[in-house]
Design a protein around this ligand. Structure first.
Ligand SMILES: NC(=O)c1ccc[n+]([C@@H]2O[C@H](COP(=O)([O-])OP(=O)(O)OC[C@H]3O[C@@H](n4cnc5c(N)ncnc54)[C@H](O)[C@@H]3O)[C@@H](O)[C@H]2O)c1
Ligand SMILES: O=C(O)C[C@H](O)C(=O)O
Length: 493
């Protein structure tokens, strides 16, 4: 039942090869790579002499084992010497993916004296006198902490803070690329909720928002709730709310495609963790017909003893009929399946037993709950978290625009109203003229998405439209400078 892995840019390798320089040499290399199931994406001649040519051959493979097989096949060719193999994903990560870059030039004493000491002291005092000025005079206005304890990283589990860092750097890069937000990873060597809350509370003054990331359920709920109480900046748990926003957007459009209404559909959710719980809460808030929630031990229902508070809430607010059968049984006649749990739980036959025009979102990464190619044989709309399948559902459609909007609005909290507004903006970004079973979410690279989400979030925060630039324009500065400089300026006496 496992999904067959296809060659992907995520497993791209560059192989440096020395080959005898005859007319068919290059052709033999590319044929060999193709026959081994990889896809050649580039071939560069690095050097040559009268008898040999040295090339860098770049190809997409399916995984690390497949990459080894491709290299072995090349090595076995006559007249071929494989000199070096580079994993392009690892090359891209050398030294990390983000850096701090000054926005001011520091070319001489004049600039140094204003950007740093002694000039900076007056700015510090201005903020000490009026803490709200931190948003105008420091990075706080545009900076988000991406906080993790490394306890639930992607679908990889509890791999710890250092191993989580590449994901957090990636999030920070996405924040900047799609939302213009300066985000910085904060990886914590503790998984104790009290310590996490204390640390985040202590670092909060330097940030305009907190993005919790890859913290395992159910601790993530407690940590988020406590921080929301304590802080005057928005706290957003991306795995919960980012996912829930994009799933609501995708489901809105999928229901448009099949002509059903949210209030009429029965939804089965596999995985009542961070993502699943937030998805269910948002769907319930939007008036979904009914939901049955599954986790490892089966369906959540009112009769189950010793549930944690999050599951107790779900047991009381879902599964109206008190169904307690297995997952395939729950799917019989269901309109929608949403998987945020584990790979390969369902077969094509399970999907075939759903209601006509069913919708399947199999979102476990990297391998979904059901092979999407099997699911597509029976369901009207299928989405996954994968970039090599149509309808990729990923939080990146939500979080850059959500934080752009919250920062611009100087929002003090993230609200459900913002989540619903963001989901509507993402759904509407597809547009009736483009909507079909394979296009229910906009492209990650659609430049209209993040601004539309930001505008929707700002409106939900009841904030006025900000000026186009996130930074203060020159017109703002004299007023701030005069205000801030007056008490301490040596020139003013
Ligand atoms: N595509 C997306 O946009 C997207 C977004 C968020 C999460 N995800 C994926 O969803 C999955 C869950 O993410 P999360 O952040 O909620 O993690 P989580 O650890 O908070 O929750 C996962 C839940 O699934 C349950 N589970 C595990 N195996 C199960 C099984 N065989 N049957 C039923 N339930 C099972 C766990 O007990 C847990 O409650 C991961 O694979 C993640 O990569 C995808
Ligand atoms: O966060 C993401 O981009 C992916 C998703 O949250 C996941 O856990 O797989």
């Amino acid at each position: 039942m496992a999904i067959t892995r296809l060659p992907s840019a995520g497993f791209s390798i560059t192989i440096r090869i020395s080959v005898t320089a005859d007319a068919s040499a290059i052709g033999r290399l590319t044929t060999c790579v193709g026959e081994a199931g990889a896809i050649v994406t580039a071939l560069d001649v690095v050097d040559s002499d009268p008898t040999t040519v040295i090339v860098d051959l770049t190809c997409d493979t399916a995984d690390a084992t497949h990459a080894d097989q491709v290299v072995e096949a090349l090595t076995a060719l006559d007249g071929v010497d494989v000199r070096k193999v580079s994993d392009r994903t690892f090359l891209l990560h050398l030294g990390g993916k983000i850096e701090v870059s000054p926005k001011v030039s520091l070319r001489n004493r004049d600039e140094l004296s204003r950007a740093y000491t002694p000039g900076v002291a007056r700015v510090c005092l201005a903020i000490a006198e009026n803490p709200a000025d931190a948003r105008r005079l420091t990075i706080k206005r545009n900076t988000v902490a991406v906080v993790t304890d490394g306890s639930a990283v992607l679908g990889l589990g509890n791999i710890g803070p250092a191993a989580a860092l590449p994901v957090m750097e990636g999030k920070a890069a996405l924040f900047k690329r799609f939302g213009g937000v300066d985000a910085w990873p904060v990886v914590l060597d503790t998984q104790d909720p009290d310590e996490i809350v204390a640390i985040v509370r202590a670092i909060a003054p330097g940030y305009g928002g907190i993005n919790l990331e890859d913290i395992a359920a159910p601790r993530c709920f407690e940590i988020e709730n406590r921080l929301r109480e304590l802080l005057d900046i928005p706290v957003f748990h991306d795995d919960q709310h980012g996912t829930a926003i994009v799933v609501l957007a995708a489901l809105t459009n999928a229901l448009r495609v099949v002509g059903k209404k949210l209030a009429d559909v029965r939804v089965v959710v596999s995985g009542a963790g961070a993502a699943g719980t937030a998805i269910m809460k948002l769907l319930l808030r939007q008036g979904v017909g009914d939901i049955i929630a599954y986790d490892r031990q089966g369906a959540l229902h009112r009769g189950l003893p010793d549930l944690n508070p999050a599951w107790q809430w779900l047991a009381e607010n879902t599964n109206a009929e008190g169904f307690s059968g297995d997952l395939p049984a729950a799917l019989r006649g269901a309109d929608v399946f949403i998987g945020v749990s584990a790979p390969n739980l369902l077969s094509g036959d399970d999907i075939a037993a759903m209601a006509p025009d069913s919708i399947v979102f199999a979102l476990a990464n990297p391998d979904p709950e059901v092979d999407p190619r099997e699911a597509r044989k029976h369901a009207a709309v299928v989405a996954t978290g994968r970039s090599d399948q149509p309808n990729q559902i990923n939080n990146v459609l939500a979080f850059p625009g959500v934080f752009r909007g919250m920062l611009d609005a100087h929002a003090e909290e993230f609200t459900e109203e913002m989540a619903i507004a963001a989901a509507r903006a993402i759904a509407d970004a597809v547009g009736a003229e483009k909507l079909n079973p394979t296009v229910i979410v906009p492209s990650v690279f659609d430049p209209r998405v993040a601004p539309a989400v930001a505008a929707a979030v700002r409106a939900a925060a009841h904030a006025p439209t900000p000026p186009p630039a996130a930074d203060p324009g020159p017109a703002d500065l004299p007023e701030i400078a005069a205000e801030a400089a007056a008490p301490a300026s040596p020139l003013s006496s």
